[in-house]
Design a protein around this ligand. Sequence first.
Ligand SMILES: [Cu+2]
Length: 448
Amino acid sequence: MGYPTQEKLAYLHDLEKALQSIEGCSSVTLPFLDQTSAETLKNGLPWIFTQQKVILDDGSEIDNPLLHYKLQTALADTALIDGYDYSKPEGYQTVRYPLSGLSGTEEDKKSAEEHNKQFDYDKQVTLLNSNVRNWLTSQQTAVADKYYQCLQAPNYTVFSNTTSAGKWNKDHTGAPLIIPLENPHNWMHLCIGGFTDSKDGSVRDPIVYTVGSNGDMGENETAAFDPIFFFHHCWIDLVFWKWQQLHGATTLFDIQQGYPGTNTSDTGVQVNADQNEDEELNIDSPLHPFINQATGALYTTRDVINIENLGYSFGPNSLDSFQLPTDDQQADSLKGAVVLKKRLEVRGINRAYIKGSFIIAQYEIIDGEKQYVGAVPILSRWNVQMCENCQYHLDVQAYFEVENLEGVPSDKRVFQTQCVTRYGTQNLPSVFRTESYSYEDYSCQILD
Ligand SMILES: [Cu+2]
């Protein structure tokens, strides 16, 4: 995702305005997919996303437009390297976990067809819902908790993006780990888009699998074609607003100049097509290509900080009752963090060599046993190498909390990093299928 303010305009404000411009639809508003509600945590997705048919007010029955979207025109993959082709033909219907939507080559089409045959409609819905539930609630991924954690990010800069949060986590090794909004956002893309944490709903070691499922929500090239995308992003915008309310930032906040993640050339920053390299991002940076109809100028972050100025608000939701921990609670958890936890840094994973989104799964080997530390979702694309705007932003970093092992020096501890990719799980350092890169920059170490 880009900066949350850009998403607000890109996907939500303009879309809502467009919907309202249709005759008879002037009161239409975009709903959000509440991802921490008791209902979602218990049942998975609301039925409106999975039902095959819907009945309209006049009694007529139509295909559910929120189940999938049919491409109006072909999507051409322009970087046919390594035998991978992410093209999708005109008329292609978007799919979600557990289905595969790969259709670039005849071979892909055939294997996707074979794969998809395993799941009748009921099975698809059951698996998708259990996947959503598992990612949100399982101890290993705890995505619902990650939403609560990101609300505690101390300032907008580190809340808004992974690179800035990484810098903060590197500099504050004695404090609890900061989770940027991008983290749970990415998890849900990957969850609906084809990564699963369990082959049969019970086995959870190792934590993550790809099982031939390739849903559209899981890749940047196609995510916005799945209708659920907008409901997900509306929720992300809601979490953003909640953060603003909790931190007294509903009318103004700051982007810390010079902080990693605030310049378009910084590692990990995904720039917009109209932005230049080495451009400082501040609240007055233009949000290409969104024009403020009232002024005729490009929107800036400052224009959209207060959503009430944009003319919308959010209905009742499960975060209404969420409160920041008190100072006492914070002091307690800080004490615990200093004594019990150490910060582990993983860096030097170059996403140019990994086709598609992936998960960094981190383990520690203790007494010969592989123990799960945590995982970080990387929402990427099949064609990083051909994506001009991705070229400066390839080095992926991840930060984890690990136990402080009494009497064991940090450099004697043994860690193992895995990349769970669309085409298998590989231990680092290793050579990916491009065979042109050997992860010589990869490192995994405790920051003492
Ligand atoms: Cu997104």
